[in-house]
Design a protein around this ligand. Structure first.
Ligand code: ATP
Length: 530
């Protein structure tokens, strides 16, 4: 424990020392820190890595200093910071620099396909997004797990990093059977050379029964592997004459497989009284990995600093709901309405829905007309509209297109709607994600060149977590969030760029959403006044 703390402190000092350096010093210090081999190609790669990432790296080092130092030390950690604050690079930089700079694999076992770093994330789009981020590190060999079909294993070789979803991991390690024994056996083979396991969106993964069972299996398999490694290493180290006592202990410490749990939301906000504390994700993690270190880089469950929140009520606040029983008022009975309560509710929901559609169209029109004032930029204005149900996404996509084609003063050709949801064919889904993340609108043939283009992604919670689109200026909650966590993740698709980005979240609030709105307003106010 003491050795681990020493390692952590020295790593923290090393990372902190990078933050205040000028460029030349920075490169030298970073390279020394990354302990890159002095072979020409490695030096070139290291320089490229440091130069390409330098501005981001500097802020990350400053902002996520505790995370960088804890992860460099090899300790298991829970990393929490708000959406868009740069958690991905905050865990990738120390993890990859540690593994890239390590001397040639000292502990390679028979399974040459076992990755050094395994990352689990809840959905396939996030798997691909992560691989895109990792491609900025030229020396890192990364792949999906299961390994891509049709690619010979020889050409994959020994990947440094593999990314998977919980369900793909289970299928990959045990394709024919879902029996616990087979899965654990498969995990044993997969983790043979693994040194770090990262669980992104950890609250979502720990909140799902089968995924959380998988994490528990991973931890127990990792314990067994770590124990075996420790025994082997201890025997080798003890017999070595060259190492000092302290060095021998340090080698022993590093035989543990490191677990890193990453999340923007980890506890319900505020903690639900009817939930047992032991069922909460953080408690579950701490039970599984008792020596885990918490790196709460800013308070957990907080919205990004530059995000503006607006709530628009779409119901008549003065309307009095009829009660079920006839009321007596001074002896005069109020007659019971002919229309059933259920029908009245349906009529109200219908009115609210229509009001939301009108508001959305008005907002688009306002955007289009204000764009005429500012000169059109080459990048489209990007919005994300969240709906609860797929059928609302499909309906809105059609409605906006129809409206834009006929509405006076609107250049329909300048507006592109993209509808994204879970059950859309995979090819189409990738095309939409690619188009929106690139911010390209190739098929638009604007008639009015003074008008900027406007790209509107209509989606469900399928795209609420983790998706990183650089230029989203507005998130509209067409359907209000059911929980504060859902609110934080949906609205967190804007105001990103490591916390430097600005954005606006507009929520349409129905009568049934008022209690949740009060909770969320309190959360947002708490953050503003903090
Ligand atoms: N210091 C920085 N300056 C500018 N951009 C940054 C900085 N740090 C990170 N970014 C960028 O901010 C974006 C958001 O980062 P990332 O996807 O890691 O967020 P996150 O914290 O994981 O959010 P979420 O919880 O929503 O998944 C990325 O495009 C990243 O490159």
């Amino acid at each position: 424990m003491l050795i681990r703390r020493c390692l952590q402190t020295s790593a923290e000092q090393a990372w902190r020392s990078l933050a205040g350096k000028d460029h030349a010093e920075f490169v030298t210090a970073a390279m020394r820190n990354l302990r890159i081999n002095k072979t020409p190609s490695r030096v070139q790669e290291a320089v490229r890595l440091v130069f390409v990432l330098r501005p981001t790296l500097l802020t990350i080092v400053e902002r996520h200093c505790q995370t960088a130092s804890v992860l460099s030390s090899g300790a298991s950690a829970i990393v929490t910071a708000s959406t868009g604050s740069g958690k991905t690079l905050a865990y990738l930089i120390p993890t990859l620099s540690k593994h890239c700079s390590a001397e040639p694999h000292t502990r390679t076992h028979s399974n040459q396909y076992s990755p050094k770093v395994l990352i689990l994330t809840p959905s396939q789009p996030l798997v691909l997004q992560l691989l895109r981020v990792v491609s900025a590190f030229p020396q890192v060999s990364a792949t999906t797990f299961p390994f891509p079909e049709g690619v010979p294993r020889r050409s994959i070789g020994s990947p440094l990093l593999a990314v998977s979803t919980p369900s793909s991991l289970i299928t990959g390690v045990s394709p024919m059977s879902k029996s616990q024994i087979k899965i654990r056996k498969g995990l044993q083979a997969l983790l043979e050379n693994t040194e770090t396991v990262i669980i992104d969106e950890a609250d979502q993964i720990m909140g799902d029964k089968s995924s959380s069972q998988l994490i528990s299996d991973l931890v127990s398999v990792a314990k067994r592997i770590s124990k075996r490694r420790a025994e082997t290493t201890a025997a080798e180290v003890e017999s070595s004459q060259a190492l000092e006592n302290e060095q021998k202990q340090a080698v022993r410490v590093n035989t543990d497989i490191q677990f890193v749990f990453v999340a923007a939301t980890l506890e319900p906000v505020p903690v639900e009284t009817n939930l047992k504390k032991s069922h909460l994700p953080r408690a579950k993690i701490m039970k599984l990995v008792p020596n885990v270190v918490s790196c709460d880089e800013n308070a957990v469950n907080t919205p990004p600093p530059n995000l503006k929140h607006s709530f628009i009520k779409v119901f008549n606040e003065n309307e009095v709901m009829p009660t079920q029983e006839p009321q007596t008022d001074g002896g005069v009975a109020t007659p019971k309405s002919d229309v059933s309560e259920e029908d009245q509710k349906l009529a109200r929901l219908n009115d609210e829905f229509e009001a939301k559609v009108r508001l959305l169209l008005q907002a688009i029109k306002l955007q289009q007309t204000s764009e005429k004032i500012s000169s059109a930029s080459d990048k489209p204005e990007q919005w994300i509209v969240f709906c609860t149900e797929t059928k609302t996404v499909q309906y809105l996509a059609q409605e906006i297109e129809k409206w834009a084609a006929t509405e006076a003063g609107i250049d329909g050709d300048a507006i592109q709607t993209l509808a994204l949801y879970r059950h859309i064919p995979e090819q189409e889904r990738w095309a939409i994600l690619h188009q929106f993340s690139q911010g390209t609108v190739p098929q638009l043939s604007k008639t009015n060149t003074a008008v900027g283009t406007h790209q509107i992604l209509l989606t469900t919670d399928f795209a609420a977590r983790g998706m990183d689109f650089a230029n989203v200026s507005k998130v509209i909650l067409f359907d209000f969030s059911a929980t504060p966590e859902q609110y934080l993740h949906r609205t967190g698709r804007t105001a990103r760029e490591g916390g430097h980005g600005h954005g606006e979240a507009i929520s349409f609030v129905g009568k049934d959403d008022t209690k949740m709105m009060a909770r969320i307003e309190a959360l947002v106010r708490r953050e503003r006044t903090a």
